[in-house]
Design a protein around this ligand. Structure first.
Ligand code: G6P
Ligand code: MG
Length: 212
């Protein structure tokens, strides 16, 4: 049914949420900004600089220049990358690996569609760097989800029309991006309860029932 599947990375293939949270929390604490898990949820699928803007909604100090904001985002990324070094192939479940292998074996093209500029680094750390037919990530887009750009590029990289692709997402912003791009969307976690989700799934292997 689908010729291609486009996977979000964070929250779908690997669970970096906690690492993002810890890194942003350090920045927020340093600046005296309220930051909690609930606010962290709003950052899913959203680019680094846009995430910072969301966090700064709770900042009431003197106005920050663009340069100061960029410095904060860079500091966050340095903390985050330090945390990423602890990731290993054990951070990808057997279920995820086997499902990806089954989809590929059926001739389905698989690609990554992630807003993260750390995508390639993460894929390498967890040993998924040779698994995907293409990677579209934060380094090749100008607009992050809910804009469809990252998924449209992913489809283009595997030479498929958007309507032949299924997107797999854990973020509401990602489901929105898929629908705006003309793709079908499978939602896992919070995204399973999103109104626009075509296929709510409870576990990654459910993708086999949808696509095979
Ligand atoms: C993913 C995550 C977001 C993160 C974004 C940018 O979409 O879900 O929480 O803000 O990537 O990540 P980066 O690694 O480029 O800072
Ligand atoms: Mg995600």
């Amino acid at each position: 049914k689908f010729k291609g599947i486009l996977f979000d990375l964070d929250g779908v293939l690997v669970h970096t949420d906690k690492l993002h949270y810890r890194a942003w929390k350090k920045i927020a604490d340093e600046c005296g900004i309220l930051f909690n898990e609930e606010i962290n949820n709003l950052l899913r699928g959203v680019s680094r600089m846009e995430s910072l803007e969301i966090i700064l909604r709770n900042y009431h100090g003197p106005a920050l220049s663009q340069k100061e904001k960029e410095a904060l985002a860079e500091e966050k990324n340095n903390y985050y990358k330090e945390e990423l070094k602890s990731m290993t192939p054990d951070d990808v479940t057997v279920e995820v690996r086997e499902t990806l292998a089954a989809l590929k074996a059926a001739g389905i093209k698989i690609a990554i569609g992630s807003s993260s500029k750390n995508t390639k680094f993460i894929l390498k750390r967890v040993g998924l760097d040779d698994v995907f037919d293409a990677v579209s990530d934060g380094t090749n887009i100008t607009k992050s989800k809910p804009d469809p750009e990252v998924f449209l590029k992913a489809a283009e990289y595997i030479a498929l029309a958007p309507e032949d692709c299924l997107v797999v997402e854990d973020a509401v912003a990602g489901i929105e991006a898929a629908k705006r791009g003309g793709m079908k969307a499978a939602g896992i976690g919070d995204a399973a309860f999103c109104e626009k989700t075509d296929y709510p799934i409870t576990t990654f292997a459910d993708l086999k029932d949808i696509a095979l």
